[in-house]
Design a protein around this ligand. Structure first.
Ligand code: ADP
Ligand code: MG
Length: 579
């Protein structure tokens, strides 16, 4: 019973810090009924924090069972509960700094924490529903210390009092803000509903009228202040109506499948629109401004990424006959150029089931996008066939659409099915004007008759020596080399996977999930044979974000990520083999 928690803490008060280990195990709370499971106790006050779970019977929450009826509802509910906990903790921390006391956090440690979400509604190990029976919340706690000794009373304040309060307020029916919860779940369901209708309407993306696309600043993901923002408004010619989850109609701009150009003057909102589209693979929280912007869930943002490692990727649709006879059907390098990296990024995306490429001229290798007439005449032995010559064939042969932001490369006008111009943030259909421009100033784009085949690698993933990869930030995973080689070799110690070209990774928790999955592969490696990972999977697998979250007990800070991003990270490990 709960008294036992108090007794245990009292009995170890003032003892060496290690006495906290006594807490390992389960404590039962009544009214409300839940089990506190202490899964890991830190070795000292400065070690990474202890991990606890509160496991609550679903019945005890008093929440309607309809929230259990679909994956999306469960995910949205858990995401919501995590947010409520995180913001209560944040408020308490602030409060604490002002008023002192209370044991939420302090100079002697004692912080209770839960992984804090960003703007996307995602599957998270911070809160999980098991079957229809229980919901569990996972916290970290820095158990408080005075020097090297246990502060039993403070620890009880955290685990015995504050945690209980948190559970009551974040999860139990009368306290929980039902309206907010319902809005959160509905918002996620609406996005899912809209996204599911894209294929039927032959669309790759949909941007609802009234959406707020720009962010508060380059360093913030919250929406721009409503006083300055121009809300999104579809041109009449592209207006479509899709159904929200409750059957009501939502109008907005539909981007048809095919080759679409987003163009317009500098600073008129092109990249902002593309960025909203690239994150439309995820569901956004109410109030984000992009919560009715949805995109083909397999869409991948492509960038040039010079310096990346590439292992045996067939980049021959774009590049052949490299100097020195380097094989571009199995292109391998430790240091790709702008164009070869971009070609590899495209081919790898296609390999995992991508049906929509998203590209911004600003972050591309120009020579992979176009080669104008003058360069065609001057350079005869150019090994590159640019995307402008392949985009149509890619769509015809493989059904892969391209949405590309183009400001300065007019050759693209000749291959576009649709040209959308942005004028002071307002989109306009410019296809007809573009066609007459092409007639007036013909260019000499030589379109390739076919795209070539999609790659289909099986990577032999030899991660021997990979002990415990971990994410240091959203876009970096450290791969720890074996201890002996790490000695005095900072470059080795820092060796890792750079994910900064993966614009669709939105939280460090996703990088943690990737690291965890890599570790799983490494452990299989350690047991003997080198595992072979086949990369080409069905489209459903590329989408299945809700099914790839490792739920291991150790981690309450993992966040769902697409298979595409997992494979993208794997592909960037240097020294892979291909079987
Ligand atoms: P481009 O790619 O066309 O050069 P950006 O998308 O980078 O333009 O946008 C330029 C600036 O305009 C950014 O600071 C962005 O936040 C702002 N902006 C974009 N869309 C809107 C909008 N709808 N309302 C107000 N400001 C916007
Ligand atoms: Mg731009």
């Amino acid at each position: 019973a709960w008294d036992r928690l108090q007794d245990d803490l009292r009995s170890i008060d003032g003892q060496q810090y290690g006495a906290y280990k006594r807490l390992l195990g389960k404590y039962q709370h009544t009214s409300p009924t839940f089990t506190l499971s202490v899964d890991h106790v830190q070795g000292d006050a400065y070690a990474s924090p202890s991990r606890v779970r509160a496991v609550i019977p679903w019945q005890e929450t008093g929440l309607p069972d309809e929230y259990l009826q679909s994956d999306i509802r469960r995910i949205a509910l858990c995401d919501f509960v995590t947010r409520v906990c995180a913001s209560m903790i944040r408020a308490k921390h602030l409060d604490q700094n002002v008023s002192g006391g209370g044991g939420w956090s302090g100079p002697k440690g004692g912080a209770l924490n839960i992984n804090s979400p960003g703007q996307e509604i995602l599957p998270r190990t911070s809160a999980m529903i098991d079957g229809n029976d229980t919901i569990e919340l996972r916290f970290t706690v820095s158990l408080p210390a005075a020097g090297r000794t246990v502060l039993g009373q403070q620890a009880y304040q955290i685990l015995g009092v504050n945690l209980v309060e948190l559970i009551k307020k974040s999860l139990l029916y009368p306290n929980l803000d039902q309206e907010q919860l319902q809005l959160h779940v509905q918002t996620a369901e609406n996005q899912q509903s809209l996204r599911h209708q894209l294929a039927k309407h032959n669309l790759t993306a949909f941007i609802a009228n009234g959406s707020v696309l720009p962010r508060a600043s380059g360093a913030s993901e919250t929406p721009m202040d409503s006083a300055t923002v121009v809300p999104f408004k579809s041109p009449e010619d592209l207006k479509v109506k899709l159904l929200r989850a409750d059957g009501t109609k939502q109008s907005g701009m539909g981007v048809p499948r095919g080759v679409t150009l987003l163009t317009g003057g500098g600073f008129h909102g092109k990249s902002t629109l593309l960025e909203a589209i690239q994150l439309g693979v995820y569901n956004h929280v109410p109030g984000d401004g992009r919560e009715l912007v949805v995109t083909d869930p397999t869409a991948v943002k492509i960038r040039a990424e010079d310096g990346r490692g590439v292992t045996s990727v067939d980049i021959s649709p774009f590049i052949s006959d490299l100097p020195g006879g380097k094989d571009t059907r199995h292109f391998t390098t430790d240091d790709a150029s702008g164009s070869t990296s971009m070609a590899a990024n495209i081919q790898e995306a296609l390999e995992t089931g991508c049906k929509t490429l998203l590209i911004d001229e600003d972050s591309s290798a120009t020579n992979l996008l176009v080669r104008d007439q003058r360069m065609q005449s001057l350079i005869r032995n150019e090994p590159i066939t640019p995307l402008v010559a392949k985009a149509r064939a890619l769509y015809n042969d493989h059904g892969v659409s391209t949405i590309i932001v183009i400001g300065g490369l007019g050759d693209w006008l000749s291959v576009a099915d649709l040209v959308i111009g942005l004028d002071s943030y307002f989109p306009r259909l410019l296809t007809t004007e573009a066609k007459s421009v092409v007639a007036k100033y013909p260019s000499n784009v030589q379109e390739a008759p076919d795209y070539g085949s999609l790659p289909n690698r099986s990577l032999q993933v030899d991660l021997r020596g990979l002990r415990a990869p971990y994410a240091t930030r959203k876009h970096f995973i450290v791969l720890k080399p074996e201890a002996k080689s790490a000695v005095d070799d900072p470059s080795e110690a820092e060796a890792g996977i750079d994910l900064s070209s993966l614009d669709q990774i939105v939280e460090i928790g996703q990088a943690r999930t990737i690291a965890k999955l890599l570790q799983g592969i490494a452990q299989r490696t350690a047991n003997g044979a080198v595992p072979v990972v086949s990369l080409m999977k069905s489209e459903a697998d590329a989408i299945g974000i809700e099914h790839c979250l490792p739920t291991t007990l150790e981690h309450g800070d993992l966040v769902g990520v697409r298979r595409t991003e997992v494979v993208a990270a794997l592909s960037r490990v240097r020294g892979l083999h291909v079987s």
